[in-house]
Design a protein around this ligand. Structure first.
Ligand SMILES: [Zn+2]
Ligand SMILES: [Zn+2]
Length: 187
């Protein structure tokens, strides 16, 4: 996986792993491979532990309500989990930058990728573009890579669910329920 200028693949991988936490080292390895990561070493239970701990910290970034707090948390991740950048062509897929030492275990690879990918995403696309779905019972995290930067739901399914609920609430009470958007549908 190469970090593109917006860190999109890396921040999406973080969201995927946070939303559906891998249960075993094998599952972690499979999901990383599926996301396009080239694994250089066997994946061990320690890698899973390190990754889950990194995701806990990363979710604090997601839940940070203030831009400065969010930046401070990302800066701490960068300080703890990344090394100086270096050029590499380890997979023969072209030269790219790594923000980690060579041949480190997957847990370290992921921590570094998540920290740098999230930083690139937030500064490249907007500091607010990392959040949870607006449907209260859905805690799904997503990186907003939409054109407008106003994505509120994790999926079309949740958007529809919330639209139906708002519509029903309007019909019965004449008011939108608390905590939901009050945007009127265009007619
Ligand atoms: Zn690489
Ligand atoms: Zn959702």
């Amino acid at each position: 996986m190469h970090l593109n200028p917006y860190g999109e693949d890396a921040v999406n991988l973080a969201a995927d792993l946070a939303n559906r936490r891998p249960a075993t080292a094998e599952e972690l390895a499979d999901r990383c491979r599926a996301a396009g990561l080239v694994l250089q070493r066997p994946v061990l239970p320690d890698d899973l532990d390190l990754t889950l701990a990194a995701l806990d910290v990363w979710e604090q970034v997601v839940d940070a309500t203030d831009e400065h707090e969010r930046a401070e948390l990302v800066n701490r991740m960068l300080a703890r989990w990344t090394a100086h950048p270096r050029l590499t062509d380890h997979a023969g897929s072209g030269w790219h930058l790594h923000y980690r030492d060579d041949l480190v275990p997957l847990g370290t690879v992921l921590s570094s990728l998540i920290a740098v990918g999230t930083a690139l995403h937030l500064v490249g696309r907007g500091m607010h573009r990392l959040r949870r779905c607006a449907v209260t019972e859905c805690a799904t995290v997503f990186a907003d890579t939409s054109r407008t930067g106003r994505q509120r739901y994790c999926s079309q399914r949740c958007a529809n669910r919330d639209a139906v609920r708002r519509h029903r609430a309007l019909r019965t009470t004449g008011r939108a329920p608390a905590g939901t958007a009050t945007r009127r549908a265009a007619r």
